[in-house]
Design a protein around this ligand. Structure first.
Ligand code: ADP
Length: 490
C-alpha cells in the first residue's frame, strides 16, 4: 500500500516530542513490511540538516493558493535514516518556517494550516495518489477538511485519511479568517458547533473538530486513552464529537524503537544483558551509583526519567523520594521542566538533599544518563495524572526496571500488577495503583520493596516477564494497517 504521512515532526530531523518518534517509527515498520511510505514535513530553518541525506530541490515553484493570492514554495527531497521525506519551503514575507524554533508563535494556526494546504497541493501537482494520507495532531488536522471540501473534486477523490490525536490539550484554534485564507470560506457553515465551531469560543474554528468530522478514521495513542477521552474530562471538550463518531474512532498503542532501546547492544550502558542473562543487569547499578554519587549496598534503586510537568504527578514523585529514603531504598531522578517554578522547586530539593548518599537529582536533559538509569535501576516510577501512551514504562520493561505506574491511559494498557492483575501470573510485569495520592503509591512501593527484599527469586521472575513483553512497532503497525485497509475500501 502507498501511504503518505503529513506531520509537523519526524525524528530525528525535526523532533520536539513523542509525535516525532511515532511518525518515524511507524513509517519504518510499514516499509519493513513492504509498503511504500513518504513523509511530508515543513522545511524548518532549525531542523537537523545533518540528519538528512541527499537533500535537494525537486520542485522549485509549487504555487499554493492562499488568502486570495498564492504563495510559491520550493519542495525538497531527502532521506532521513532511510525514510523518504519531502520538505515544503514557502517563500513569502511571513517566513512561516524560518523562525529559529518549531512552535510558539501567535500565527501557529496559520503556519500549519498553510502547510496542510501545501501538502495537498503538492500531492495533486506531483501526481501522487496514495491510498491513505495519515495526518497527526492539530497541525495537520485541517488537511482532511481541505481534502474533502476542495481537493477531492480537483483530482484527489480516492484518497482516504487516518488522523491520529497524540495530545488532546492542543487542538488548533483560530479565528474565522483562516477559512478565507485556506479557501474554505463559508464561516457560517464551517463555524457551526456541529462542524468546526469551538466549544469554548463561539467565534473560533477548531481544527481537531474538523479532523474528527472529516477523517475516515481517527485514532489516539492507546486503547485506554481512547476510552478516557470519550468518557472523562481528558477529552478536553471533544468527548461528545468523538462519541458521535465512535464507529470510526479507536486507540492504538505507540511502539518503542527497539533498535535504539536494546539492552543487548546499547552503546550507552556498561554491561549488556537480555532476559536470558538478566543477572548481568545488576552490574549496571555500580556505574549508576558512581555517576549519581550514591553509596553502595543492598538497597533497591528507584528511578524517575521524564519531563517535570504537573501531568507527571510531581507531588507523587517527590513523595516517592522521601518514602524511598525512609524505607532503606535509593532514589535517582533525571528530568527537566519547561516551567521556571517547577524547575526551581526541584533545584531547591536537590540542594536540600545534596549530601544524602541515597538520592540524587539531575535536572536537565541527558540521553546517556537516561539509558544508564533504565539499565541500573530496579524500579521506575510513573505516577502520571494522565498519560496518553507513555514510553518510559515500555523502556523500563525492556531494561528490566520494574515499573510502578498509576492506572491511566497507556500505562494501564502496558503494565499489569504483580498482585492484583486479572492476567495470569506469568503475564504480570509491574506494580499499579489507582488513586493519585500518597496512600495509593505507598501501597505499590511497599509491595515492590517487600518483593525485592523478601522474594528475590520472584522479583527476578517479574523482571524477566517484563523483559519478554514485545512493545515494539510490530503489533501497532499491524493495527494501523488494519485501519488503512478498512478505510480504503469504503
Ligand atoms: P512524554 O512524551 O509525555 O514526555 P513519554 O514517557 O512518552 O513522555 O516519553 C518520554 C521520553 O523522553 C522517554 O524516552 C524518556 O526517556 C525521555 N526523556 C524525558 N525526559 C528526559 C530527560 N530529562 N533526559 C533524557 N531523556 C528524557
Amino acid at each position: 500500500m502507498y501511504v503518505v504521512m503529513v506531520a509537523s515532526e519526524c525524528a530525528p530531523v525535526a523532533k520536539v516530542g513523542g509525535l516525532a518518534d511515532v511518525v518515524f517509527g511507524l513509517s519504518r515498520e510499514l516499509e519493513i513490511r513492504g509498503h511504500s511510505v513518504e513523509i511530508i514535513l515543513p522545511k524548518y530553518d532549525c531542523m537537523r540538516h545533518d540528519q538528512v541525506w541527499g537533500l535537494h530541490v525537486i520542485e522549485p515553484d509549487l504555487s499554493v493558493p492562499w488568502d486570495g493570492g498564492a504563495i510559491s514554495c520550493a519542495v525538497w527531497f531527502g532521506f532521513v535514516h532511510g525514510r523518504k521525506c519531502f520538505f515544503i519551503e514557502p517563500r513569502s514575507w511571513q517566513a512561516f518556517f524560518d523562525r529559529g524554533t518549531y512552535y510558539g508563535f501567535p500565527d501557529d494556526a496559520e503556519r500549519f494550516a498553510f502547510f496542510s494546504k501545501a501538502a495537498l497541493e503538492f500531492l495533486l501537482k506531483a501526481n501522487k495518489r496514495p491510498a491513505v494520507i495519515h495526518t497527526h495532531d492539530w497541525h495537520t488536522a485541517l488537511l482532511p477538511v481541505l481534502l474533502f471540501e476542495i481537493y477531492a473534486s480537483a483530482g484527489l477523490a480516492e484518497q482516504r485519511v487516518c488522523h491520529t490525536i497524540h495530545n488532546f490539550r492542543h487542538q488548533g484554534v483560530s479565528g474565522p479568517e483562516i477559512l478565507r485564507a485556506t479557501g474554505l470560506n463559508r464561516p457560517d457553515y464551517f463555524g457551526s458547533p456541529d462542524r468546526m465551531g469551538d466549544d469554548l469560543d463561539r467565534h473560533a474554528i477548531n481544527f481537531t473538530r474538523g479532523a474528527i468530522l472529516y477523517s475516515n478514521f481517527i485514532t489516539t495513542v492507546s486503547p485506554h486513552h481512547a476510552w478516557e477521552v470519550r468518557h472523562t474530562e481528558l477529552g478536553c471538550g471533544l468527548g461528545n464529537a468523538l462519541h458521535q463518531h465512535r464507529q470510526k474512532f479507536g486507540g492504538i498503542l505507540n511502539g518503542l524503537d527497539y533498535e535504539m532501546w536494546n539492552p543487548e547492544i546499547d552503546p550507552h550502558i556498561p554491561q549488556h544483558f537480555s532476559a536470558a542473562t538478566v543477572e548481568k543487569k545488576t552490574v549496571n547499578a555500580g556505574p549508576l551509583r558512581e555517576r549519581m554519587a550514591l553509596r553502595t549496598g543492598a538497597r533497591p534503586i528507584v528511578g524517575y526519567v521524564g519531563r517535570l510537568d504537573t501531568q507527571k504527578g510531581l507531588h507523587l514523585i517527590r513523595h516517592t523520594l522521601f518514602y524511598a529514603l525512609e524505607n532503606e531504598a535509593q532514589f535517582v531522578l533525571l528530568g527537566s521542566g519547561s516551567e521556571h517554578g517547577i524547575n526551581e522547586d526541584f533545584w531547591h530539593l536537590k540542594r536540600h538533599l545534596n549530601d544524602n548518599p541515597d538520592c540524587h537529582l539531575e535536572i536537565g536533559y541527558d540521553e546517556d544518563l537516561a539509558h544508564l538509569i533504565y539499565a541500573g535501576a530496579d524500579l521506575l516510577i510513573m505516577p502520571s495524572l494522565y498519560e496518553p501512551c507513555g514510553l518510559s514504562q515500555m523502556i523500563a520493561l525492556r531494561y528490566g526496571a520494574v515499573p510502578i505506574v498509576r492506572a491511566v491511559g497507556g500505562l494501564k494498557d502496558t503494565v499489569f500488577d504483580w498482585d492484583y492483575s486479572e492476567r495470569p501470573r506469568e503475564l504480570r510485569n509491574g506494580f499499579v495503583f489507582d488513586h493519585p495520592d500518597h496512600h495509593g503509591i505507598d501501597s505499590a512501593l511497599s509491595r515492590a520493596f517487600g518483593l525485592w527484599r523478601n522474594e528475590p527469586q520472584l522479583f527476578r521472575e517479574l523482571i524477566v516477564q517484563g523483559m519478554t513483553y514485545d512493545y515494539s512497532w510490530r503489533d501497532p503497525a499491524e493495527h494501523y494497517l488494519n485501519v488503512y485497509e478498512f478505510i480504503r475500501h469504503r
